[in-house]
Design a protein around this ligand. Structure first.
Ligand SMILES: Cc1cc2nc3c(=O)[nH]c(=O)nc-3n(C[C@H](O)[C@H](O)[C@H](O)COP(=O)(O)OP(=O)(O)OC[C@H]3O[C@@H](n4cnc5c(N)ncnc54)[C@H](O)[C@@H]3O)c2cc1C
Length: 420
């Protein structure tokens, strides 16, 4: 039986491990933290479920459908669209992805032009049923350049696209590769935006359970310090122990993957964010239904998510949980950022008071996604870029999202299975 070591227990490593075990390999996965899931984890604080930064899953992602049992995740879904907010003004963009016609009926009218409605409809037709594989490819251009080329108004770009896609790509300037826009736009028009009732960490828990069921041996709390490959063999340093295997898959975060393998094309420029969690003593509605609230003016905060409205399980009875995400990791204290969130909410909702909004936790995440400038995919490393029997898995071999991470695990496993 071939022996394979997986380094890293994020989504990519867990998928690669399970697939290889299913293909008949003897698989051991090492994770340096005490818990699995990497960037997709949740924790409980005072009865509230807090994800590691505000994250959502698009149910239409092909790899999500292949790797996860969505029913068992007991998903809670956001309503499509968003509430767009600026001082003394809120408007609702109802469902720009699945029912573009509703855009014009929505109160967003002052924020976009009629032509935008037609453009969204055209884009829905063009991207809604396209082969997902083709969506990431295209001319080398940014999201902003793509939207300009497609004829969207500056109002649409600034009021909706900048905060909405800025939230997805953690880059409000929309300088990310247009392929990421096309892919996510298409997924939004095909499926739901959801979180599991037990938090995003339930995704990782399910993948870990499935890997164990397939026979994977998982060792948490073990940091791999070196990986070496030669033809037909791989050596992994696990603390004082040296583990020999027929192959090793490095499925760490990109920075560590570059250090361990020496592959220079692993992208390490980061996009970060700060997510703050707030509780209120009573249930407080933001009049947004199950939609996100987007800041049309700046990124302090960029997005407010009514988490316990969407997923009541995220908060104990009688309490509400909101998250507010600021893009980048600004040099401001937690309290300064929380004050900016309260100030923004007060200007958006002058009819409400937010005195009882209590800061529960602040997640400062320096490396949430790797930077994805136009044409970034041309420079990404191949799965078999390292020397000998060492392979790469991780979002950085595809693109920075749950889909990219899951798919990278699939590709790595198939490549290793073919080679050994
Ligand atoms: C705040 C935030 C918001 C996001 N929002 C979304 C979203 O809404 N939708 C979406 O699709 N994607 C989102 N993403 C991106 C998505 O979460 C990531 O692309 C994906 O989780 C990456 O998975 P991975 O397995 O490639 O890497 P990671 O999750 O980074 O996993 C790598 C694992 O390797 C371990 N490791 C590192 N070094 C070692 C070592 N030496 N030895 C052993 N183990 C090691 C790490 O501890 C980690 O567990 C977001 C990410 C963040 C952080």
């Amino acid at each position: 039986m071939s022996e394979v070591v997986i380094v890293g227990g994020g989504l990519a490593g867990l998928v690669a491990a399970r697939r290889l075990a299913r293909d008949g390999a003897d698989v051991t996965l090492f994770e340096r933290r005490d818990e699995l899931g990497g960037r997709v984890r949740s924790r409980e604080v005072d009865g509230f479920t807090l994800d590691r930064g505000f994250q959502v899953m698009f149910t239409a992602y092909p790899a999500v459908r292949e790797e996860l049992d969505l029913n068992a995740l007991d998903l809670r879904t956001f309503a499509p669209g968003a509430t767009i907010a600026r001082p003394d003004h809120r408007s609702t963009l109802a469902d720009p992805f699945r029912a573009p016609l509703s855009v014009i009926e929505s109160a967003l009218n002052p924020d976009v032009t009629v032509t935008d409605k037609i453009r969204v409809l055209q884009l829905r037709r063009e991207l809604g049923n396209a082969d997902p594989e083709s969506l990431l490819d295209g001319p080398t251009e940014s999201i902003r350049e793509y939207l300009d080329r497609k004829g969207f108004s500056q109002k649409f770009v600034e009021n909706f696209a900048a905060p909405f896609y800025g939230g997805i790509t953690l880059d409000r300037s929309l300088s990310t590769d247009a392929g990421v826009f096309r892919y996510t736009f298409s997924m939004l028009s095909r499926g739901a935006t959801a979180v599991p009732a037990d938090g995003m960490g339930a995704i990782s828990d399910q993948l870990a359970a499935r890997a164990r069921e397939a026979g994977v041996s998982i060792e948490t709390g073990t940091e791999i310090t070196a990986v070496d490959g030669a033809a037909g063999e791989a050596t992994v340093e696990a603390g004082p122990e040296t583990v020999d295997a027929d192959a090793a898959v490095v499925a760490t975060d990109p920075k560590r993957a570059r250090e361990l393998t020496g592959v220079e094309s692993v992208p390490t420029d980061a996009r970060g964010c700060v997510t703050q969690y707030f509780r209120t003593r009573e249930h407080r509605s933001l009049d947004t239904g199950h939609r996100l609230v987007l800041n049309a003016v700046d990124s302090y905060p960029n997005t407010v998510a009514p988490l316990s409205t969407v997923a009541p399980e995220y908060a104990p009875d009688g309490h509400a949980l909101l998250s507010a995400t600021t893009l980048g990791v600004p040099d401001r204290s937690d309290e300064e950022l929380a004050t900016a969130v309260r100030d923004a909410l007060v200007t958006w909702y002058p009819e409400h008071r937010f005195d009882d909004l209590e800061l529960l936790a602040t997640d400062r995440i320096e490396f949430a996604q790797f930077d994805q400038p136009p044409g970034f995919r041309d420079g990404l490393p191949a799965v078999d870029a390292p020397e000998g029997s060492v392979y790469l898995a991780g979002d950085y071999t595809q693109w920075s999202a749950i889909q990219g991470a899951l798919e990278s695990g699939q590709v790595a496993a198939d490549t290793v299975s073919d080679d050994i």
